[in-house]
Design a protein around this ligand. Structure first.
Ligand SMILES: O=P(O)(O)OC[C@H](O)CO
Length: 548
């Protein structure tokens, strides 16, 4: 957040403003205020409106701005009123309640919703903030940067985005949404220069569930726009008819104000992923579906069935032979599609000294298990890095922990290959979106032949991965999903880098080629991002697992 330099004039203005507010907000006080004071106040407002700013030009819909050159202008827009397509803020507070607070808190928000919908808009927002934030540790709150951007981006109106793209400086203001919910999305993904959301009250490092007074928020806004006017001289406001308070503030400072109507929003398209100013590669949280009121109802109704389905699926995958478990799992909704079946296309050499090295991209911790399903082999092993103890115990195939020491990890992989087939995920961490992270080249040095495996996963309700949550629950969330679907594609084998590699470049070439082959097969973009990059964004740490 920006800092405001206090000065005498500011303080005087703030005092005047807070007096003005308390007069407006407390009807009991009005009796005590003399007619003279009331006249002075009205006169003050009249003068303020008349001379502080020339009357702004009110316009309908911001689409006419698409024809103008706005590169030297400052655009101030209301986030919920003029940028987001949907009218309801419930899904965003539900995401906070579920991801930061848990299932019970989200259920409370859900059952309170009928009551919330009967309240005034302002009171409804206050209740949603209270239920979602009360008692959440400020330091550990990561949903604003790690979870919400995905959902906000999917709700941005393309037409409004086009307007913002043309602007010079861009300022996003919210009447209702806390700063911690919108700052990450607006700054990191939409490249908005200044974000003015509602500040939250914090006691002892925990959110109280109450937003700071609106007067304080308005003063920040007031100060900011005043500064902008001095800098650029031209300020354009874009808001909606519903945001009454900001309409007043906007009219104080903006030369032109554009109003977005509900009907405008309905005709807007959604910002396509290909036009995101910064790609959304990483996100966290368990929910894979936007928790609108209807979706939340379906999620809670699915809950009891999910528990039964997860228990049954776990039993089947652990205790029944693959020939039976694969069709039973498919019947329960766990689908697996195998393309370029490796087993039938390869002539197995029984005399082969070493097992086969399968190298796949990493979507969930179950990738090696699904490769085993696809090969219909139980005697297959995998190496892992951040797998929880619970997952290790439950894993129906042998898992071996990597230490991140090149020599010992290489030796461990070579030893495993002498015992049979091995599955390796050289990205070192999972990625949910159509991107491939950098492939660590260690796998290229342990086998002459490498079989690249392209993996895609689709889930409906829950993600079976997490960066900042409890990793022990990863397999459970995957099994709770109604239709967790895997697609496995075996690609043509490539040669490893076990031969002479004097300048050490070959291993990187091979690793990059395998990444590129998988990328082409899946139509995913190859990146050089690493596990560290992902954990810094999502969890605020470098993703190193403590030795135990
Ligand atoms: O997505 P991550 O970071 O939890 O990685 C999971 C992998 O299975 C690690 O071996």
């Amino acid at each position: 957040m920006h800092c405001l330099k206090p000065n005498k004039e500011n303080t005087r203005r703030k005092e005047k403003k807070s007096k003005k507010k308390s007069f407006l907000q407390n009807p009991n006080m009005s009796a005590k205020i003399s007619i003279f004071q009331a006249l002075v106040f009205l006169f003050y407002r009249f003068i303020l409106r008349r001379y502080r700013n020339s009357k702004p030009k009110y316009q309908n819909g911001p689409s006419s701005l698409l024809q103008s050159d706005l590169s030297r202008h400052t655009l101030i827009f209301n986030v919920e009123g003029a940028l987001l397509k949907s009218d309801s803020l419930f899904p965003y507070f539900m995401l906070v309640a579920f991801e930061a607070g848990g299932v019970i808190r989200s259920f409370l928000l859900f059952i309170l919703y009928p009551l919330i919908s009967l309240m005034s808009h302002e009171m409804g927002v206050k209740v949603m903030v209270m239920v979602s934030f009360f008692g959440i540790k400020k330091e550990g709150f990561r949903a604003g940067r790690a979870v919400l951007p995905k959902y906000f981006l999917e709700d941005v109106g393309l037409e409004m985005f086009e307007v913002l793209k043309r602007g010079g400086k861009k300022i996003g203001v919210s009447d209702d949404l806390p700063q911690v919910m919108i700052e990450g999305f607006l700054r990191d993904y939409l490249e908005i220069d200044v974000v003015v959301g509602r500040e939250m009250k914090v006691v002892g490092g925990y959110y109280l569930g109450i937003m700071e007074d609106k007067t304080k928020h308005d003063l920040v806004f007031d100060e900011l726009v005043r500064k902008e006017r001095l800098n650029t001289g031209r300020v354009i406001g874009i808001t909606s008819f519903n945001t009454s308070l900001h309409r007043y503030l906007f009219s104080q400072f903006c030369q032109e104000i554009y109003f977005v109507k509900k009907s405008d929003k309905r005709s807007w398209q959604t910002l396509p992923r290909s036009q995101y100013p910064k790609p959304l590669i990483f996100h966290d949280g368990r929910l894979a579906i936007k928790p609108t009121l209807m979706n939340t109802l379906v999620l809670f109704m699915w809950g009891p069935f999910a528990a039964a389905a997860a228990a049954a699926r776990l039993f089947v995958s652990l205790c029944i032979p693959y020939s039976l478990s694969i069709p039973i799992l498919a019947f329960s909704g766990c689908r697996l599609t195998v393309t370029n079946d490796y087993v039938s296309s390869q002539k197995q050499k029984p005399s082969q000294r070493k097992g086969c090295l399968f190298v796949c991209n990493h979507r969930t911790l179950l990738d090696p298990l699904y490769v085993a399903f696809a090969l219909r082999k139980k005697n297959i092993k995998t190496v892992t890095y951040s797998l929880s103890r619970v997952s290790e115990i439950l894993a129906p195939i042998k898992t071996v922990r990597l230490t991140r020491d090149r020599v010992s990890d290489g030796q461990a992989m070579e030893k495993l290959l002498t015992e049979g087939d091995l599955v390796v995920c050289p990205e070192g961490t999972t990625c949910r979106e159509p991107y491939l992270l950098r492939f660590s080249p260690l796998f290229t040095e342990v086998s002459d032949v490498i079989v690249p495996v392209a993996v895609t996963v689709h889930v409906t309700f829950f993600y079976g991965t997490t960066a900042s949550g409890l990793k022990a629950l990863d397999p459970l969330f995957f099994l709770l999903d109604p239709y967790p679907t895997y697609t496995i594609q075996f690609l043509d084998p490539v040669s490893g880098a076990t031969c002479q590699d004097p300048d050490g470049k070959l291993k990187f070439e091979v690793a990059n080629n395998v990444q590129s082959d998988i990328g082409k097969a899946l139509d995913f973009e190859c990146t050089s991002l690493t596990r560290k990059d992902k954990y810094l964004i999502l969890a605020g740490n470098n993703g190193v697992v403590k030795k135990n």
